[in-house]
Structure formats: structure tokens, C-alpha cells
Design a protein around this ligand. Structure first.
Ligand code: KIV
Length: 305
């Protein structure tokens, strides 16, 4: 198992042109699998609002949601650099609240860094966090917490003026001390220009091929949703949604047809007669309980023979 990356090793990856792979994760098995697969950075994104909690936007996601999911991910991915999103309105309103909320994410959520959406307007907050010793990842382009202000999830930076605004935002975040910046849904030429202008690594999602790294949402990479909507900037590497649905359909029909449980899924009593186990006239409230030889305090994962 390799060691957890650091902000300086991520910086070096940019210098060495070693592309950085980032994936979101929100729970124990997804974080474990991502780490085992060799992902460089796990992002506990507030996209969990959409893909895990069933909200239409990321706006309802709370700091408690982020801390909860971050802590679970940190328990699983002990050797991976974890960045956790600061959710809507937990930064920017007051300097004190920004610092306290970031501290909660680091202390209670076990993250190694926080991510904030926004450009020059949040640079002073980023600077305060960095001065307090908290590594900050920026996020520009489409910033889903501002979806209503942006008027939808539309590609940004198409006009010269908008491209210049985003370039200025990126430079302001770098100057404020951000160690990396996510660039979401911008033209490829702008993704390239920003990546070349910055010394810190850029992580693209729908920002073209020249970013220093790429990030995808776990549920998009695996088509782990129903229904799954294809997106131009995403590549899915599996269709887990269909696999899961088919597996559950098989389970349902096997239960209904009496195929499951089968002989190898049941337990034999050591005594010939169940009566000697429960006694005649005994309280039958526990009669359905499965009796095994496994002690109740046995560690989890012990196979039940
Ligand atoms: O919340 C998230 O998952 C993100 C990524 C899409 C970059 O911010």
C-alpha cells in the first residue's frame, strides 16, 4: 500500500507531468475500493447531495452531512489524500464562521484539505484558511452551489470577457495560497490556458485534456444511479446500476420461487428434535432465531459455518 500523497507531492506531480486522478467517494466501500484501485485523491464532494441524498442541487447539503460522510471515507481510505467540500454558505459569510467550519471538517471529518467554490471574491477567506494551516482546493467554472446565479449548469468561459474573469479568479486563488484548483465545465482552450498560467495543479471536470488532473463523480464513473443520464464530459467505466437492479431482481424471484435459501444456506441442529431446543410450551418469541455456534462477540467478517 503506497503512502498518502501530500500537497507538495501533488505539486511535484504537476511539475513531472504525472496526471493526478481524483474521484469522489461518500461511504466506506466506495472509498476503500477507490484507494485499492490506486486513486491519488478522494474528494468527498457535496455532489453527495445529488447522487446519495436525492436532492436536486447541492444547496441543501449541510456541514453535518459533509462531516458524517467525510469521517466514513477517512475511516476507509487511510492512505489517500482526502479533500472535503465546504457546503453552501458555510464560508464567505464571516471569517470566523469560515475558519470554524473548516476546522470541523478537518477535526471531525478527518479530511486533509477543504474545497471551496468561488474565485477572487473568496480569495481573502482562502488566505485566512491557509494562514491557519488548512490546505485549500479552489473550484471555479461551473460552481454548483451558485447554480441559480449561473442560470444552470452551462459551460463557462466561452466569451473572451468570461474567460478573462475565470483566469483572474484562478490567479487570485493561487495568490491566496490554494494548493490546487478544480475547473468545472469550461472550454478546453481556457482549461489549457489556466493550467499553463498556474504553478499549482488544476483538476478538470469537463475542462479539457490539458488539466494537470481529472476528477469524476463516483456514481457517474460507474453509472450507479437510476435513471442514469449520460453527460458529454463523463466517461463511465461500468454500468453498476443495471448490474445491481438485475441482481436484486434475481434475488426477488428466487425468494418467491423458493430457490433461495438453498440447502447450503441453512443450518443443521445438533440435536434431532427442535423440541429439545425450545421445550414444549416454551416462549416461542425466539423460536425463529437462527442458532449457530458462532459466539455473539465474534469479530465481524468471521464466516458462519
Ligand atoms: O462536489 C463534487 O463532487 C465536485 C466535483 C464535481 C468536482 O465538486
Amino acid at each position: 500500500m503506497r503512502k498518502r500523497l501530500t500537497i507538495s507531492s501533488l505539486q511535484k506531480m504537476k511539475q513531472d507531468r504525472n496526471a493526478i486522478s481524483v474521484l469522489t467517494a461518500y461511504d466506506y466501500p466506495s472509498a476503500k475500493l477507490a484507494e485499492e484501485a490506486g486513486i491519488d485523491v478522494i474528494l468527498v464532494g457535496d455532489s453527495l447531495g445529488n447522487v446519495v441524498l436525492g436532492y436536486e442541487t447541492t444547496i441543501p447539503v449541510t456541514i453535518e452531512d459533509m462531516i458524517y460522510h467525510s469521517r466514513v471515507v477517512a475511516r476507509a481510505a487511510t492512505n489517500t489524500f482526502i479533500v472535503t467540500d465546504m457546503p453552501f454558505m458555510t464560508y464567505g459569510a464571516s471569517r470566523e464562521a469560515t475558519l470554524l467550519n473548516a476546522a470541523k471538517i478537518m477535526q471531525q471529518g478527518g479530511a486533509q484539505a477543504v474545497k471551496l467554490e468561488g474565485g477572487a471574491e473568496i480569495a481573502a477567506d482562502v488566505e485566512a484558511l491557509v494562514q491557519a494551516g488548512i490546505p485549500v482546493m479552489g473550484h471555479i467554472g461551473v460552481t454548483p452551489q451558485s447554480v441559480h446565479q449561473l442560470g444552470g449548469y452551462k459551460v463557462q468561459g466561452r466569451s473572451e470577457k468570461d474567460a478573462q474573469r475565470l483566469m483572474d479568479d484562478a490567479l487570485a486563488l493561487e495568490k491566496a495560497g490554494a494548493f490546487s484548483i478544480v475547473i468545472e465545465l469550461v472550454t478546453e482552450s481556457l482549461g489549457t490556458a489556466i493550467s499553463e498560467a498556474l504553478t499549482i495543479p488544476t483538476i478538470g471536470i469537463g475542462a479539457g485534456r490539458s488539466c494537470d488532473g481529472q476528477v469524476l463523480v463516483y456514481h457517474d464513473l460507474l453509472q450507479y444511479s437510476s435513471p442514469y443520464f449520460e453527460k458529454r464530459f463523463v466517461k463511465s467505466y461500468a454500468d453498476i446500476g443495471t448490474t445491481i437492479r438485475q441482481a436484486i431482481e434475481s434475488y426477488v424471484s428466487e425468494v418467491k420461487e423458493g430457490i433461495f435459501p438453498a440447502e447450503n444456506n441453512v443450518f443443521e441442529a445438533q440435536t434431532a428434535s427442535p423440541k429439545s431446543l425450545y421445550g414444549v410450551g416454551a416462549n416461542h418469541s425466539s423460536a425463529g432465531a437462527v442458532k449457530t455456534n458462532v459466539p455473539s462477540n465474534a469479530p465481524k467478517g468471521v464466516p458462519i459455518a
